[in-house]
Design a protein around this ligand. Structure first.
Ligand code: ADP
Ligand code: MG
Length: 594
């Protein structure tokens, strides 16, 4: 339950692929996303030119005040100074707003790209024990993408604005006193060395702290939906203790990171203020009286404004080192090799009759696991209704996953209307299969949005929604809800009962109106009366659909013409007289409720 850092960070494919995927190069991987927003970047940099130019005019204008000026000169000088100060403030605002615009838009693009890639990943990534937990994925796409934006901003803000200010101030210092400038330049390599060393340490700490926070997020993601179970088992204190343990390890990692982040600028400042002190004292000696007060003020002011961009570089380096692990972890989600691959010449199945053949299918989830299905053969003719029974863990749901090509069989072929599913476009294959899965999946939203999920991005056909609800015997209870079909059903449909959720899921599959309908233990949570009504609905559908009913209850199975038992990876056809006759006990042991 409490995953170690190692397991949660390990990419799924790393153990399976013969050649490992190349590592993520932080900067090169995000560069294309930044480049697309070149317009605000260039505009932001233009603002920084204005701001540095204004600054280089402000400094001599300040030092003029140390001369004896008349009142009118003072006023003029004051106005000029005010104009440059204002220009600088506006330009700095423009620079920051525009560069944030570019950074946040890059973050948006990266987020969308990563999420699309996550959706593209095959089911095994989410189901297997070696995948990244959902909460960790959520953390990467939310908080770590934010870190990436901070990094992008810091880089953009450094590349041109800091470099500009640095060179402008250095030039000014050179003009004032080449000797002192050289001494101050000598400070740069030592500072760079200190920053680089601390930056590397920060990167390591950041990586650790992003793992601890991701673990915390994964934990919350798992425990909060299970709150009923926690309460029913009086497990609040136990969960609180587990939370505290995870939160505490995050606390110590985060504290280390913040301390390091606070330390780096102080060290930079220490070095430069130390230098400043040396110059002040040294200048008296070096200048030998030729270094007048206003030049001294100019030099020191330039030096102070030189420190600012150097600190900026330090900060950007900080951000980069902190952002690198975030970029790695984020883009790690996008690097995978799918096993279920759509061929380039895959055909689009427009219309099918619904004939399904499983030919010699063998399948195991992982190489180190036993076969779940073993040379299995099954032919479901178009329009036929077949019931599948068998012990739990026998592989019934696995068979459905193979039909939907969520996994590919280790050997054998699956044919739909005599088309090998390998050569069929995945979207067209899945369009023809309506599935009511064992774990009911409803989303927060209205009843209508849940039933018409397939058309969520288009226009949901209300008439079809109601028809589907009526067929699934859900219409009656939906109408008793406060806002009928427009009632919000809470996260995962949590405001409904198990049976109601199941009926909504059935209605959703009926709305899809696909040629093949699969009910995977879809009626297990229904009371006898509701089940009878659903069964009637399914019987009506049986006329023009291919139906595969996976069930535990004998009544559900009786409507099917053929009943198959899946046990030990093999299928066995049960004849109806066996079902009606004296073999109830052996069937019950196979998981059939009589
Ligand atoms: P049924 O639906 O008949 O109850 P399943 O098809 O869900 O059974 O599971 C068949 C077997 O495969 C079980 O032993 C189960 O533990 C295993 N299994 C199911 N899903 C996975 C998975 N994603 N990774 C590894 N093993 C799995
Ligand atoms: Mg199952």
């Amino acid at each position: 339950f409490l995953r170690s850092n190692k397991t949660s960070f390990k990419p799924l494919n790393s153990t399976k692929n013969p050649s490992p995927l190349p590592p993520v190069k932080s900067l090169s991987v995000i560069r294309p996303y930044i480049q697309t927003h070149y317009k605000p970047i260039l505009a932001g940099w233009l603002c920084s030119v204005v701001s540095v130019f204004s600054l280089s005019r402000i400094i001599p204008n300040i030092t003029i005040f140390s001369c004896n000026l008349s009142i009118s000169q003072l006023r003029n000088q004051g106005l000029i100074l005010a104009a440059f100060v204002l220009a600088r403030l506006v330009a700095i605002y423009g620079q920051q707003a525009l560069l944030w615009d570019a950074a946040l838009n890059s973050e948006y693009d990266i987020r969308v790209h990563v999420f699309d890639k996550v959706l593209e990943r095959e089911l095994g990534f989410f189901e297997g024990g070696s995948g990244v937990p959902a909460g960790d994925i959520a953390y990467r796409i939310t908080a770590e993408a934010d870190d990436v934006a901070d990094t992008v901003y810091a880089l953009l803000n450094t590349i041109v604005p800091s470099a500009l200010q640095l060179s402008a101030m250095a030039a000014q210092m050179l003009v004032i006193s080449p000797g002192l400038s050289l001494i101050s330049a000598m400070m740069i390599p030592s500072t760079a060395f200190v920053i680089a060393y601390l930056g590397e340490r920060l990167r390591k700490i950041s990586k650790k702290s992003s793992l601890t926070i991701a673990n915390l997020s994964a934990y919350l993601n798992e425990i909060l939906p299970a709150i009923l179970f926690v309460k029913a088992n009086n497990a609040e204190r136990c969960e609180s203790a587990r939370f505290q343990r995870l939160a505490h390890s995050d606390l110590s990692e985060c504290l280390k990171k913040k301390k390091m982040k606070a330390l780096i600028p102080q060290i930079v400042q220490f070095i430069y203020f130390g230098a400043l002190f040396i110059f002040c004292a040294g200048s008296l000696v070096v200048s030998g009286g030729s270094f007048d007060g206003s030049r001294m003020v100019s030099f020191i002011t330039s030096l102070v404004f030189l420190i600012e961009p150097i600190q900026g570089v330090g900060k950007a380096y900080n951000e980069l080192k902190q952002g690198e692990p975030a970029i790695e972890r984020l883009f790690d989600l996008t690097r995978f090799r799918s096993k279920v691959i759509e061929k380039p010449d895959a055909v689009n199945l427009d219309c099918i009759s619904g004939d399904v053949k499983f030919c010699n299918i063998s399948f195991k989830y992982r190489d180190d696991m036993p076969f779940v299905l073993d040379k299995l053969n099954l032919h479901i003719k178009a329009g036929e209704t077949v019931a599948l029974v068998g012990p739990s863990g026998g592989g019934k749901t696995t068979l459905v996953k193979l039909l939907l090509r969520l996994y590919d069989p280790s050997s054998g072929h699956i044919l739909i209307d005599d088309h090998d599913v390998h050569g069929v476009r995945l979207d067209s294959l899945r369009r023809h299969v309506g599935l009511v899965s064992q774990d009911i999946t409803l989303f927060s939203g209205t009843v209508t949005e849940n039933i018409g999920y397939m058309d969520l991005m288009k226009k949901i056909d209300m008439e079809r929604v109601e028809l589907a609800a009526q067929s699934a015997n859900a219409d009656e209870f939906i109408r008793t809800l406060p806002q009928g079909y427009e009632t919000h059903i809470g996260p995962r449909g949590s405001s409904l009962s198990g049976g109601q959720r199941q009926r909504l899921a059935i209605a959703r599959a009926l709305y899809k109106n696909s040629s093949i309908l699969i009910l995977d233990e879809a009626t297990s949570a229904l009371d006898s009366r509701s089940e009878l009504l659903v069964r009637e609905a399914v019987e009506r559908l049986m006329e023009n659909h291919t139906v595969l009913v996976i069930a535990h209850r004998l009544e559900t199975v009786m409507m099917a013409k053929r009943v198959l038992l899946l046990e030990n990876g093999k299928l066995e056809e049960l004849n109806r007289s066996t079902l009606m006759g004296s073999h109830y006990n052996s069937l019950a042991s196979s998981g059939l409720v009589i």
